[in-house]
Write a new protein. Structure first.
Length: 304
């Protein structure tokens, strides 16, 4: 079993030689041997590899305590498998893109406050995702579909999204964008970023009395929710003839829990507490390149 101690912060150049020396010294003290240190990104991401059946808990506690007020992500990745994953399932809202797409649509029609409250409750697991989706979509009733194009112009990619997809594609992985949002945006992002596949909910469209296309305020069934995300993961693992250990899943909210728990590398990206409790990797100060660092991939190997 290999244990990889990963520290990272891509927002600041703050991982200095003193910090690296401290961790290296503690690892040597507790293991009785020097262990391999790898620079993944200068001053931003480093990992140490410990070959052992069991990782010393006291060592982990000391490192955690030392980093407590440093705003540096600490993740322990333990595996005896190939680290580079063969499958990526990525959530869209607040993961690949900065925004919550339904909230942004609501903003365009002056209903941001009402819709964003429901979104927040759903992502924190306080209310049922399906009912929250139905309620929010109903507020879009009779809006022209031209707001879709306005939204596409306004959305921003999270830092590292392009590099993540390009690099995983280059390494032969299957990349999938999966969202409780809507196909008009996932299809756009799939083509723009180069995902192999995308899955999302479908907004029903109808005609008004003038023949213009408008949003009906309804969603086609079945609704893609947290259970559907877990099922999609199962289907891809079976169809690709791989193991769950070969899968990397990333998201930020309650509806990502099922796929996160089942995957070999489940990442909470700026996630809610309910997801952090389920994920084995958590990033708060690290951009989406962190998903590559967690696979042992350094900056010099990342495709830009």
């Amino acid at each position: 079993m290999n244990h990889h101690i990963l520290i990272s912060n891509t927002k600041e150049y703050k991982i200095n030689t003193d910090l690296i020396s401290f961790i290296s010294h503690q690892i040597e003290f507790f293991t009785g041997s020097s262990n391999s240190l790898k620079e993944l990104s200068s001053n931003k991401a480093f990992e140490w590899t410990i070959v052992s059946q069991k990782l010393n808990n006291d060592l982990v506690k000391i490192i955690k305590k030392h980093l407590l007020n440093e705003n540096i992500d600490l993740n322990i990745i333990s595996t005896d498998k190939e680290r580079k994953k063969k499958l990526l399932l990525a959530d869209m809202d607040s993961t690949i893109i900065m925004e919550e797409s339904l909230d942004e649509l609501a903003k365009l029609i002056g209903l941001e406050k009402e819709v964003s409250k429901i979104t927040s409750d759903a992502m924190n697991g306080k209310i049922d995702f399906e009912q929250a989706l139905i309620k929010r979509v109903s507020m879009l009733k009779n809006q022209p579909i031209t707001i879709f194009n306005e939204l596409k112009k306004n959305i921003k990619l999270n830092i590292g999204a392009k590099e993540l997809i390009k690099t995983m594609n280059s390494n032969g992985a299957t990349t999938v964008l999966i969202s409780g949002g809507f196909t008009f945006l996932t299809n756009y992002l799939k083509d723009f970023l180069g995902f192999h596949y995308s899955h999302a909910n479908i907004l029903k469209i109808e005609k008004d009395i003038d023949g213009s296309s408008i949003i009906s305020g309804k969603v086609e069934y079945p609704i893609l929710d947290k259970n559907a995300k877990g099922k999609f993961l199962e289907n891809y693992v079976e169809n690709l003839n791989i193991n769950f250990d070969d899968a990397l899943c990333v998201g930020d909210g309650a509806n990502d829990i099922e796929m996160i728990k089942k995957s070999g590398l489940g990442v909470s990206y700026n996630g809610k507490d309910i997801l952090n409790n389920a994920a084995n990797v958590k990033f708060k100060y690290t951009n989406l390149k962190g998903l590559l660092y967690a696979q042992g991939i350094s900056d010099k190997e990342i495709i830009t």
